[in-house]
Design a protein around this ligand. Structure first.
Ligand SMILES: NC(=O)C1=CN([C@@H]2O[C@H](COP(=O)(O)OP(=O)(O)OC[C@H]3O[C@@H](n4cnc5c(N)ncnc54)[C@H](OP(=O)(O)O)[C@@H]3O)[C@@H](O)[C@H]2O)[C@H](O)CC1
Ligand SMILES: [K+]
Length: 494
């Protein structure tokens, strides 16, 4: 699913209105019905509804929603905030349509803002994607009051006060909803860590904007959702044999961090690799043979660290990094690997830290290699970002400049390809913020690369399947109890 900017959404709107054709008022009605369809599946009729409306089209949506909910026997009360001398036509039309159903209350000062009982659900339709300056005056006071009550809150399209395409200042008044019901597309701030609190649990509802327009819309931002992940998957052929699914090499582990190698190996096998060899220090030999009997071991000359690059011929993908340590001998091996590899690599953890400490090696990274940094590792690689958006821009620049794919890990891990396109992941949960899940991800992506997936597909599908495994696992373990081993065990690629 694509993520469009405000200008593109307005163009999609205008195109749909002209081509379908449909009147803007009928499109607003369709959006309101789509919202209500979601709403009635979520909240029972016995919960009263307070709908706060501005005077733009977002407010118009709010008024249409109020009318439709009232027709469905929900008990509603509309509160209007007058914030512009130029209310939109469709706002006015919906105000007219509401007459006979309901009488809205105009809020003209702070004293008019109501105290609501806990049962009331708040629908926020003050401002939408047309926000062009921070909310102030009575709008800001109303937003503040809404935020201070414990009632469940649902934002129409986007939380009032949240910019769609640019950063808010920390002091801006923005509704903090429990849910956002977003029309047709998610908005970029929903996917960035610092603004995600202003989206709550977000849902996208289809309002029938023109599919052909959307298909041709050029945007760097997309989601990896269920449909796109399914499209990326390759079926396993009936007459396949283990050679069909590649032979992965994972270089991992050091004394005290052998577990990282084991986790990466288990995940690699669960993600469907045909054959797996683990290159490990001597101290890891018995541990690996006992805990991952399916993997072959390539043993380093050193007892506690990896230093000697194995012969690379025959491997269809190489992953390096989990639990590797940052010794000089290991650095030399990494440098050799970068120079000799003829296929893209998966580079994680300590291998990334070694790269950050030795930036002159960047030029050796094979094209389309996949780097999997968490935000701190990314900062070490590419320098600090002033904001989430700035970090994303830095990631796009870095990926294009060095011809690599970056998986910038987080709640919505961003896979950034070497053309600067960003694919936000939609699976996973906070339980996965625990040691070892990164090693599991490295194993999954290496397995997919080994099986012949393109690097971008391997990264997108790997990140998606990794999150999906975490989501499946917490059904048994709960969030707090989730371990990286649980994630590896719950991986399912078909
Ligand atoms: N395709 C779709 O997704 C559809 C979306 N719909 C809904 O429409 C809104 C966007 O509507 P729009 O009228 O463009 O925008 P708003 O409702 O957000 O704002 C309207 C006006 O408010 C003024 N404004 C902006 N910022 C502020 C502020 N901080 N304080 C006060 N007033 C503000 C501004 O007018 P000015 O003349 O005063 O500058 C805005 O024009 C979208 O979010 C959806 O909810 C359609 O219903 C269906 C299709
Ligand atoms: K809103």
């Amino acid at each position: 699913m694509k993520i469009l900017d405000g200008k593109q959404v307005r163009q999609a709107d205008a195109y749909t209105i002209a081509q379908e054709p449909i009147s803007p008022l009928a499109l607003m009605e369709r959006a309101a019905h789509a919202f209500v369809h979601w709403y009635i599946n979520q909240f029972v009729q016995t919960r009263p509804v307070a709908i706060f409306c501005g005077q733009g089209n977002n407010g118009g949506d709010g008024l249409a929603i109020a009318r439709i909910l009232s027709q469905r026997s929900y008990s509603i009360q509309v509160y209007l905030v007058a914030h512009t001398s130029n209310p939109s036509d469709d706002y006015r039309a919906n105000l007219d349509r509401l007459q006979g159903h309901h009488r809205p209350i105009l809020l003209s000062s702070e004293a008019d803002i109501p105290e609501l009982s806990d049962q009331v659900i708040i629908i926020d339709a003050l401002l939408g994607s047309g926000l062009n300056r921070p909310a102030d005056g009575l709008l800001a006071v109303t937003i503040d009051k809404i935020n201070h009550c414990d009632n469940k809150k649902v934002a129409v399209d986007i939380a009032s006060g949240l910019f769609m395409d640019r950063l808010n200042a920390p002091s801006d008044a923005i509704v903090k909803p429990d849910y956002t019901v977003s029309f047709q597309f998610p908005k970029l701030p929903f996917l960035l860590p610092h603004s995600a609190a202003y989206a709550g649990e977000w849902h996208v509802v289809d309002i029938g904007l023109a599919k052909d327009f959307i298909a041709h819309c050029d945007t760097p931002y997309e989601l990896t959702d269920y449909e796109s992940a399914e499209r990326l998957k390759k079926p396993r052929a009936k007459y396949a044999h283990k050679g069909t699914f590649g032979h992965a090499l994972i270089i991992a582990g050091s004394y005290g961090k052998v577990g990282a190698a084991v986790l990466a190996a288990k995940a690699c096998l669960r993600a469907g690799v045909g054959l797996l060899t683990l290159h490990i220090p001597k101290c890891a030999y018995e541990i690996v043979q006992v805990s991952v009997p399916e993997a072959m071991a390539s043993i380093d000359v050193k007892k506690k660290i990896n230093t000697l690059l194995p012969e690379l011929q025959g491997y269809t993908a190489v992953g390096i990094g989990p639990g590797l340590g940052q010794h000089t001998g290991t650095l030399q091996m990494l440098q050799q690997l970068l120079s000799l590899a003829t296929c893209p690599l998966v580079i994680d953890a300590d291998a990334l830290n070694l790269l950050s400490e030795n930036k002159e090696l960047f030029g050796l990274i094979p094209r389309k290699s996949i780097l999997t940094p968490h935000p701190k590792e990314f900062e070490r690689l590419a320098g600090p970002g002033r904001s989430d958006l700035d970090r994303l821009h830095k990631g796009r620049e870095f990926a294009q400049k060095h011809g690599v794919i970056i998986c910038l890990k987080g709640a919505h891990t961003a896979v950034i390809d070497d053309c600067g396109r960003v694919y936000f992941n939609t699976t996973g949960n906070p339980g996965m913020a625990t040691g070892g899940t990164g090693d599991v991800l490295t194993g999954v992506i290496t397995a997919l690369l080994a099986q012949g997936y393109s690097p971008v597909a391997a990264a997108r599908l790997g990140v998606y399947a990794h999150g999906q495994a975490g989501d499946a696992a917490i059904k048994k373990t709960g969030m707090a109890g989730l371990t990286a081993s649980d994630v590896a065990e719950h991986l399912r690629l078909d």
